[in-house]
Design a protein around this ligand. Sequence first.
Ligand code: FES
Length: 237
Amino acid sequence: MSVLAALSGATVAALAVLVALNLFALVFGLSFLRASRAAKAAQRGAPPAPAAGAITRRDFFRGSLLSSLLVFGAEFGAGTLAFLWPNLRGGFGATIPAGTVEDIKSEIRDTGQPVYVGTGRFYIVPYEGTPTEDVDYVAAGLAAEGLMALYQKCVHLGCRVPFCASSKWFECPCHGSKYNEAGEYQLGPAPRGMDRFRVSVADGVFLVDTSVPVLGPPRGIDTIQQPPQGPFCVATG
Ligand code: FES
């Protein structure tokens, strides 16, 4: 792994800001020193310093202004860099190893709920649905070994969608959209099913590629035919 790959975006940004601040302090300090010496020399009645080394009050303020602009630019650039820098340590935006298929399935069995992976902002749900003519999650690389990864974000207006333990559906608390356990649209204002991520399995480990969410299936797609298993957690509108 290269040195850059070992650093997180935040670390790179912090280093950039630190370097910029040090440069600013250096330039500012030197300018101040020169101005101070010139002022003392003038008080003593000493002859003015040679033109090449002299610094006027105007030069001093001009230099300070320039330094401030440079620092501002460096901070802005570092912030942008940190925002856009791919997360090389396995957070959202990277391919995340979510655990072994065996462990995930056993957790789902024991809790009766999907496994939530906060760092990747997704749920892992069991999936044994029947593909339709248009939608085949396995062929599309969206399901593997009977598991699928759903993006937590509601496709209506972006709220986080929790799983309802009684209905066994995903139910959005914001405006009441509901999706079955496979994240397929059932009720409410959402325009489609929940978005999802590409998945794969390597050496028994379930890998979720969170770099690009894949759009959820359109309304009307229901590959698991799962009615609500109990009362809803969010009232229907
Ligand atoms: S944000 Fe989920 S229903 Fe509106």
